[in-house]
Design a protein around this ligand. Sequence first.
Ligand code: IPT
Length: 264
Amino acid sequence: RTLGLATSDLALMAPAQIASAIQQRATALGYHLVIAMTAGNAQDTVNELLAQRVDALLINLPLDAAEAEQIQQQCGTKPALFLDVERHAGVAQCQFLSESGARQAVDHLVALGHRQIGVLNGPTSSASARSRFLAWQQALAAHQLEACCVLEGDWSAASGYQALLSLLPHTLPQALLVANDQMALGAMRALHQHGVRIPGEISLIGYDDTAESAWYQPPLTTVRQDLQQLGAESVDHLLARLNDVSAEMPSLETQLVIRETTAA
Ligand code: IPT
């Protein structure tokens, strides 16, 4: 039996670590895994997997509801499980809830005394980036706050670096919520380059908790998505559907991991 994984760019840390976790679980359960990395068009990527006669598919591509529903149709009777899709989409999904982690992140910053909190968002074309932004906005609103600056990157470290360079001539916020750890890495590089002390002059919180994030200098405070758990639960859930076992959709929670990039 063969499972397929359609994935976003594996040069990005989170999709790579998710693919690794999926591969481990599939292998442990005696399934073969075929991976297709997208070159931009989701339907083409899914077709590539279907041509290889996979029995069921995991789709880790950023998709709007309509795109996902179309792909589900394309898969016909083969079970498909979506990992990065608008939540209201009428498709089976296995995704982290952004709310708990975002609330913990904002509460932590506010408890440290920060009121000027900025945001470095992921690409607004991505459903997960939009859901993180919304969760931060709601968490800030609970403290009668609004994001004091909103920057956007494309998930890469380079884009985080560029975003911070564009901000640096102006006054920095007291804290910055960053939509993923890779952009936080680039942001930290720009801040170091300009002699801005982290966390002395600015607090930073990332998102993902990829395997490298504990090894940043200083070690990154971040909203953890347990990518190992996502890999395992998504394979288990897909297999349950493939074998006609009715299974509750696991609810995956995000959680703040406090390291050394946040201070009063
Ligand atoms: C999401 C990551 O959190 C983000 O850092 C980036 O790598 C993105 O994937 C790439 O699409 S995780 C996804 C399962 C929502």
